[in-house]
Design a protein around this ligand. Structure first.
Ligand code: WTA
Length: 631
């Protein structure tokens, strides 16, 4: 990003400014920093509590911060129950369209009935407060219904993205020690069935803790069901136990709401843990302020609920804010590249929130697909997952937003629960910058010693103060939580985001990308270690190193350098076989773009693979400091 882009502002229109929920960023930001607890207490008061908190922030055991201590709540009370007492009872909560074109809608009243019925089913299966239910599903309404049903009865959910392999699923079930798995026979993607139940069956072979598997019928193809373990969702929902009345469990603010696995620097995925209280307050506030949520909005976050973006901004925040949520099952370009634009027109979507990779993917098909449609209902756009390149930003702004919709480029992470650095609708925008910290947050870019670098210089992104939506720990591994996020700047008490960034003269933050061994492919997060261990699980491979290289559509793609076992030689066929192997072990998103067979890998004297050297070589760049390279 050149200096030229830095100075190029896009100003919001008077119309956008006039209706914005927040009219003055600077003064509210100042207030939120000077009196952080007061600011968050006020936001928390917008929600209903069974019992008010005694203390807003307990920082007596850093970095294990607690928020709204002593408060009693349940996210479902705010996401559903309280709306039932108002006119919103009859408001549309969820509009869902399947890829084949089938449509289902739920009012808040209807959603409550489904959630309550499934909550009673879970109870009848012995699901208890505090236990973790694993959910592995396509994008169908039963996915949010199952999540909310767990939360309602005080169980936690662990949603595993429907694109993951049986091994990834089984690892996650085992880490969470889940007894109950909720899945579906399959889902639709580009006219084809993804056979989720088959994958789930394979996963359960290596996951002995599962006693009950509940399967939603979606694609209706033949699947294997095991006696005494497997139940059809619709059969259970037809039983008298599935009554539409179910009490919402009273939870402590700090009780576990969910864990969500995400990739880190080592092979084992981390179960990032979020809680009922702080997460409710943080996600709903960020959603309301950043996307300027109004009752008449139709909100579409086109992510998969299996990722944090979906948890926070398809399911919880919009429902807490009483929004009408759009959800779509399939691919954006099926059967044609106008599928999304067609749905925006048909449902009168007012806000679209998606990823740079989706924008680039649709941009590829040209302007005419969207021009066929009336997109005048749109008033705001959003982006998340990776830096958005200015070219894609401008296309999104001009062709989709018709130059009247500001783009909210929101920087955040699974661990942060909600938006951390983001514009508001009133913010003058610079394409490619996530602009400024959200209220209550203090952001800095520092060098290894923790000194703030000069404006425009690149350094490590840190968050200097706690916020209510922060992860509480890594499930079952407090030490790892400390080690990964808090150790490097322990003295200062800062959270290390793992991203590199720079802040320009106007105080705008430009996130560059990961500094650790995490690769972002199409906005999805993968660890180099996961890819490498998938590689060496193939009998022909002795050692491997995975790196991310820039890719026009995906943002990044994976290249793997592989050393083969003695006697083996590389070939096109083996490259194809290895790519498929990784796709099977980890899921299709991890499939490498290229496999390069090598005889050795650059390593430090202590034996660590120097991936940056491989990357520099692949890009034809200077290899940098090689003093630690083993000779
Ligand atoms: C990247 C996704 C630039 C970043 C919500 C972060 C971004 C990682 C942006 C977290 C953005 C997310 N601009 N980079 N607007 N949003 N990232 O946990 O590298 O899947 O650390 O959460 O995505 O990925 P995660």
């Amino acid at each position: 990003m050149s200096g030229k882009n830095d100075s190029e502002f896009f100003y919001p229109s008077e119309e956008v400014k006039a209706q914005a929920n927040v009219k003055d960023y600077e003064s509210l930001y100042k207030r939120s920093i000077e009196d952080r607890e007061g600011f968050w207490a006020e936001r928390a008061e917008d929600l209903e509590w069974f019992q008010k908190w005694d203390k807003v922030l307990d920082d007596s055991n850093k970095p294990f911060y607690k928020w709204f201590v002593g408060g009693k709540t349940n996210i479902v009370h705010n996401a559903i129950d309280r709306h039932l007492k108002t006119w919103r009872r009859n408001k549309v909560a969820l509009i869902w369209e399947g890829e084949p074109g089938d449509v289902r809608t739920y009012s808040y009243h209807a959603l409550n009935r489904e959630v309550s019925r499934f909550a009673n089913v879970l109870k009848s299966m012995g699901v208890k407060r505090g236990e973790i239910v694993t959910i592995y599903m396509p994008q169908v309404p039963e996915l949010p219904i199952a999540m909310i049903a767990c939360a309602k009865i005080g169980a936690a959910h662990s949603v595993v993205y429907g694109g993951f392999s049986h091994e990834a699923l089984s690892d996650r079930i085992n880490d969470a020690q889940s007894r109950v798995l909720v899945t579906a026979d399959g889902g639709w993607r580009r006219g084809k069935i993804t056979d989720l139940k088959k994958i789930a069956n394979n996963a359960m072979k290596n996951s002995p803790t599962i006693e009950v598997c509940i399967t939603v019928k979606r694609t209706e193809h033949e699947v294997y069901m095991e006696n005494d373990r497997d139940f059809w969702y619709h059969d259970l929902m037809g039983l008298p136990i599935a009554s539409p009345k179910c009490e919402t469990e009273v939870m402590d603010a700090e009780d576990m709401l969910f864990i969500l696995y995400t990739s880190g620097t080592t092979g084992k995925p981390k179960g990032v843990l979020h809680t009922h209280g702080g997460y409710s307050v943080y996600t709903s506030t960020t959603h309301k302020y950043v996307f300027d949520i109004k009752d008449e909005d139709r909100w579409w976050c086109a992510a998969d609920p299996g990722w944090i973006t979906g948890h926070s901004y398809i399911v919880y925040a919009p429902l807490i804010n009483g929004s009408t949520v759009m959800m779509y099952e399939g691919a954006p370009n099926h059967p044609y590249p106008n599928r999304w634009w067609q749905m925006i027109e048909k449902y009168g979507i007012t806000i679209l929130y998606t990823s740079p990779t989706a924008v680039r993917g649709l941009m590829r098909f040209g302007d005419s697909w969207s021009q066929k449609h009336d997109l005048s209902s749109l008033r705001l756009l959003g982006s998340v997952g990776e830096p958005i390149n200015p070219e894609a930003w401008k296309w999104y702004h001009k062709v989709i937003g018709r130059e009247k919709c500001p783009i909210m480029d929101t920087w955040w992470q699974t661990e942060t629960g909600g938006f951390m650095i983001t514009p508001l609708p009133i913010t003058p925008l610079k394409p490619g910058s996530a602009t400024k910290p959200f209220f209550g947050n203090e952001v800095a870019v520092v060098d290894d010693a923790g000194n703030e670098v000069k404006a425009g210089e690149v350094g490590k992104l840190v968050l200097k103060a706690p916020w209510p939506g922060m992860a509480r720990t890594i499930y079952g591994d407090d030490e790892r939580y400390k080690e990964v996020y808090w150790k490097e700047f322990e003295k200062q008490g800062w959270y290390k985001a793992g991203d590199s960034a720079r802040i320009d003269e106007d105080g705008y933050v430009w996130v560059i990308g990961r500094i650790d061994d995490v690769i972002k492919v199409s906005g999805y997060r993968l660890g180099t270690a996961e890819v490498e261990s998938a590689f060496v699980s193939h009998s022909d491979v002795a050692e491997s190193a995975a790196i991310a290289l820039p890719h026009e559509l995906k943002g990044n793609c994976i290249h793997v350098f592989a050393i083969l076992r003695a006697g083996m030689s590389g070939s096109k066929e083996l490259e194809a076989e290895l790519k498929n192997h990784v796709s099977e072990v980890l899921g299709p998103i991890a499939k490498p773009e290229k496999v390069i067979f090598v005889d050795s890998l650059p390593k430090t004297r202590s034996g660590k693979i120097m991936r940056r050297v491989l990357k520099a070589r692949a890009l034809g760049q200077d290899e940098g400091d090689l003093s630690t390279l083993e000779s």
